[in-house]
Design a protein around this ligand. Structure first.
Ligand SMILES: Nc1nc2c(ncn2[C@@H]2O[C@H](COP(=O)(O)OP(=O)(O)OP(=O)(O)O)[C@@H](O)[C@H]2O)c(=O)[nH]1
Ligand SMILES: [Mg+2]
Length: 248
């Protein structure tokens, strides 16, 4: 009994000593964390590429329930509608108390017109406008409540029916690669055999390098990370290997 009492008292003494040395900056990460979680995060995803590759379909199937709450069910013919202008949908999602304002920007596909020169212009202008808006908001008075509408990522759809990239793809991606993180997607991969998918991805990868297109690269993990994390990072990079596939 006595021994227990003594040990409890000595523990208490140690704690008070520590408290004396405690300034409070150890809680800084918690404060930053709490603030960010309270404010929530903004993420804007854009889809672009040739017409009819399934951009709108992918977006719809990924976020259908939340994005189009009030939609009426249409028959098959009515449902297939071509995107004719840049459209923006926003949805608030919450996961374990962390709020995310997800914005999806659907762009009209190109390649249908007789003259396709500078078909990327409206998309590039849209991205620039968002940068300008953010810059204006940052220079304004109410900087606390800025909504970040800048496009963070662009899924770029590549036709599964061509041999690698088409000249318009190269032009389009080169017009955007300095402005936004591009993730190339081999569209409608379900129409190809696994071997064809492999070959096409290889060809696309080669051409992306050949034309000097900068696509999104996973950041390298820190050298002091543990081995398991490094292995996971490597595996993830290997799996995506520059080109993802879509089959909605
Ligand atoms: N086989 C196959 N067909 C698809 C896939 N995704 C979409 N489709 C079909 O492709 C057609 C065009 O799809 P959309 O989603 O309208 O294509 P889009 O890229 O938005 O076209 P634009 O708005 O003109 O740019 C529709 O008939 C879809 O049903 C897919 O992954 N595989
Ligand atoms: Mg569309």
């Amino acid at each position: 009994m006595e021994a227990t009492a003594i040990s409890t008292r000595s523990k208490l003494t140690v704690q008070t000593d520590q408290d004396k040395e405690y300034v409070g900056f150890a809680t800084l990460p918690n404060q930053v964390h709490r603030k960010s979680v309270k404010k929530g995060f903004d993420f804007t995803l854009m889809v672009a590429g040739e017409s009819g590759l399934g951009k709108s379909t992918l977006v719809n199937s990924l976020f259908l329930t939340d994005l189009y709450k009030d939609r009426k069910l249409l028959n098959a013919e009515e449902r297939i509608t071509q995107t004719v202008e840049i459209t923006k949908h926003t949805v608030d999602i919450e996961e374990k108390g962390v709020k995310l304002k997800l914005t999806i920007v659907d762009t009209p596909g190109f390649g249908d017109a007789v003259n396709n020169t500078e078909c990327w212009k409206s998309v590039a202008d849209y991205i620039d406008q968002q940068f300008e808006q953010y810059f204006r908001d940052e220079s304004g008075l109410n900087r606390k409540n800025i909504q970040d509408n800048r496009v963070h990522c662009c899924l770029y759809f590549i036709s599964p029916f061509g041999h690698g990239l088409r000249p318009l793809d190269v032009e389009f991606m080169r017009a955007l690669h300095e402005k936004v993180n591009i993730v190339p997607i081999l569209a409608k991969a379900d129409t190809l055999t696994p071997i064809e998918v492999k070959k096409k991805k290889f060809k696309i990868r080669e051409e992306i390098e050949q034309y000097g297109i900068k696509i999104y690269q996973f950041p390298d993990c820190d050298s002091d990370e543990d081995e398991e994390f490094k292995q996971q990072d490597l595996e993830l990079k290997w799996r995506t290997r520059h080109t993802a596939t879509s089959s909605s």
